[in-house]
Design a protein around this ligand. Structure first.
Ligand code: MRU
Length: 369
């Protein structure tokens, strides 16, 4: 099967698979400037925490090229005057990128990683800097796929044969540079030959489940059923679901998780019915600077996402609607957090601290945390 490619770097532009058009149309949007990238993240041409982190890294590369084009050649080579102005411009670009979607910390993480690269290159010429930035963005992209495969391998150890797995939103190849986090676990279990079935929540209002997740699963030949969000409790309570796996947009220092709206309800249902509730995410989604989920900013999106569908009204004209894109699941409802470093059972502040300081070491010793 040909791999799903949500983000393609073409050397001078970034091609983003337009996720608003899927599954009807597979069309790429070409981004040549920082502004193109900002627009695509805001409008959710590209979406999913890791995918927007990678996209933002390329956004800064494009901003760097735009800055250098507007600079006289002799000025460029004088690093004493060039570098402070360059860094200043890129820091401003970083601030505007971070503001496009406030909840997913991978966006800030991708921006900071590129800015740190620039800060480490004080004495270089502009052409060297641009080359280094391109390499860094490529590395971020490649690392994301490698990390997802590790998450998949760890997570698959939690999946038994004949399992029915419920997932919410899209935490697949489309939400990352490729392969996926929650769907990466499902992919890995399937590739290992386990017989699995996936129940995919449709995920109102943007319909990441019905438009994107089942599209990915169908392409892979992974058996799946699409269900409306409200049917999750029905199936969980009937004992038809062996585990629930979701992705994450930001994980606080105490293990609280911000993820797509509806995730918290699923975690409560899981607890009530004694079903394991797993969160799969790269370590770049962990934000140790926020002590709990209460500090995480939840993005509010346009009410029109709820009151209309493809331009047609779904509700009476003038109705007020609230549209939070994410919710917070407290750590106490999470059975395990799956990262590239292993499986952290029943995450809490203490275990998160250990994960942040020891990372690989922690799990290479224990197998599971
Ligand atoms: O609003 P979205 O579609 O960007 O939200 C995406 C999610 O909530 C995903 O579950 C999360 O980013 C993890 S993606 C690997």
């Amino acid at each position: 099967m040909e791999a799903i490619q949500p983000i393609i770097w073409k050397g001078t532009s970034l091609q983003l698979l337009d996720q608003r058009l899927l599954p009807d149309e597979e069309r790429y949007v070409e981004c040549r400037t920082l502004e193109d990238i900002q627009d695509c993240i805001k409008k959710m041409v590209v979406r999913g925490a890791p995918a927007i982190g990678v996209t933002a890294a390329y956004g800064l590369l494009l901003a760097a090229r735009q800055f250098c084009e507007g600079y006289a050649p002799d000025e460029k080579e004088d690093s004493a005057s060039f570098m402070p102005k360059f860094l200043n411009a890129l820091e401003s670009a970083g601030i505007s990128l971070k503001a496009t979607r406030p909840t997913a910390v991978n966006l800030s993480w991708g921006v900071e990683r590129v800015l740190n690269k620039i800060r480490s290159l004080a004495e270089c010429t502009s052409s060297t800097i641009l080359k280094e930035l391109e390499d860094e963005a490529r590395l971020i992209f490649e690392e994301d796929i490698a990390v997802n495969k590790k998450i998949g391998a760890w997570g698959a150890t939690l999946i038994g044969d004949n399992y029915t797995i419920l997932t919410h939103c899209n935490a697949g190849a489309l939400a990352t540079a490729g392969y996926g986090t929650a769907l990466g676990v499902i992919r890995s279990a399937f590739y290992q030959g386990k017989k699995i079935t996936v129940y995919a929540d449709e995920t109102r209002p943007f319909l990441q489940g019905s438009r994107l997740t089942v599209w990915e699963l169908q392409k892979e030949g992974i058996p799946c059923f699409l269900i409306v969000d409200a049917a999750a409790g029905y199936y969980i309570n009937r004992g038809e679901v062996n585990c629930i796996i979701v992705g994450a947009d930001r994980i606080a220092a105490n293990g609280d998780v911000a993820n797509k709206i509806g995730t918290y309800s699923l975690a409560v249902l899981a607890k009530e019915n004694d079903v394991p509730f797993y969160v799969a995410a790269p370590f770049s989604t962990v934000d140790m600077s926020v002590s709990s989920g209460k500090e995480i900013i939840v993005e509010e999106r346009e009410p029109e996402e709820i009151t209309t569908f493809r331009g047609l009204p779904l509700s009476p004209q003038g109705v007020k609607a609230k549209n939070p894109a994410f919710d917070i699941t407290p750590a106490k409802l999470i059975s395990a957090l799956i990262t590239e470093y292993g499986i952290l059972h029943s995450p809490n502040e203490e275990k998160m601290k250990q994960l942040a300081t020891k990372r690989g070491e922690l799990f290479e010793c224990n197998g599971t945390g």
